[in-house]
Design a protein around this ligand. Structure first.
Ligand code: PTJ
Length: 273
């Protein structure tokens, strides 16, 4: 194993192992160089949150689960980083919610699409949309090859889950009247700001929680699920995330108690290293 050099008692061992795994995914071209940069950006925001799922994220997660249960055509949009970090949980969520899985890349190439699709199949996916000529439809107002989507998936989707996504495509999906659930550690990113429901949390922590929440809400009536969505305001939730970060930093600055959390072991075990 390439990460044998990481001492088990290193305070950031989990984080170092994830980096090593992502480096290997980069060597296999599943992740692009800017995907590694995106990961670093995410790590910085995760520090600010204390590397835990905050109450605002739990609230958004519950509303996202309700949206999945109400959806007629849910789609999980998978890019290189999402596939590398969460392939097995994407497959689990797809099966729990009868969602399609579509590869949708910012840095699109036929060979990357095939590699990511193969990675998803190894994780248990039976059908992977959006590969090669299957992505024959277009998203409105999105540039060149970044606009291509599968007519069976993202084009006809009413609800889309995405993570580590670019703001333009999030906006294009919203303009096409889709309910967009975004997982993004940065509450200020354009994707976080444009989405219908933003879960400000690490996608590694979010995916197992989202699966559990869907299971919990399964017996809830349609009316109650609709009410959950109706009473949710993404702008308010994002403001509360910023409030959380700012209060946490103020508290840490006063007490000098800079604590470092860690990613849960079980989340880590899910990454197909
Ligand atoms: O695989 P491709 O070709 O589709 O490319 C994907 C990348 C990630 C390169 C592309 O979408 C990109 O450049 O993303 P950005 O614009 O860097 O946005 C990534 C966002 O995800 C940032 O706001 C990060 O803070 C956030 N982020 C990073 N890691 C995580 C995360 N959010 C949730 N969980 C994470 N683990």
């Amino acid at each position: 194993m390439k990460d044998e050099w990481i001492p088990a008692n290193h305070p950031r061992a989990d984080s170092l192992r994830i980096r090593e795994a992502l480096t290997r995914f980069h060597e296999d071209s599943i992740i692009v160089p800017s995907g590694l940069i995106a990961h670093g950006r995410g790590e910085a925001f995760d520090y600010l949150l204390g590397e835990v799922t905050i109450d605002e994220a739990k609230k958004a997660l519950k509303v996202a689960a309700a949206a999945f249960l109400l959806a007629a055509n849910p789609v999980i949009s998978v890019n290189g980083n999402f596939a590398a970090l969460c392939a097995r949980d994407v497959v689990r969520l797809a099966s729990l919610s009868r969602a399609s899985v579509e590869i949708n890349l910012f840095h699109r190439s036929a060979s990357r699409e095939r590699k990511i699709a193969a990675h998803m199949r190894r994780a248990g996916a039976t059908t992977v949309l959006g590969v090669g000529k299957d992505a024959s439809a277009s998203l409105l107002e999105t540039l060149s090859n970044r606009r291509r989507v599968d007519p069976r998936g993202l084009l006809k989707a009413d609800t889309v889950l995405l993570a580590l996504e670019d703001g333009d495509r999030t906006r294009a999906l919203r303009k096409m009247d889709k309910l967009v659930i975004a997982v993004d550690l940065n509450p200020l990113s354009r994707t976080a700001q444009e989405a219908s429901i933003t879960i400000v949390d690490n996608v590694i922590r979010v995916m197992p929680l989202l699966c559990e929440e869907i299971k919990k809400l399964r017996s809830t009536t349609r009316e109650d699920l609709v009410e959950l969505l109706r009473s949710y305001d993404n702008r308010t939730n994002l403001s509360k995330c910023l409030d959380f970060i700012s209060s946490r930093l103020k508290k840490l600055a006063k007490t000098d108690e800079v604590s470092e959390g860690s990613l849960p072991e079980e989340g880590l075990a899910r990454i197909s290293i």
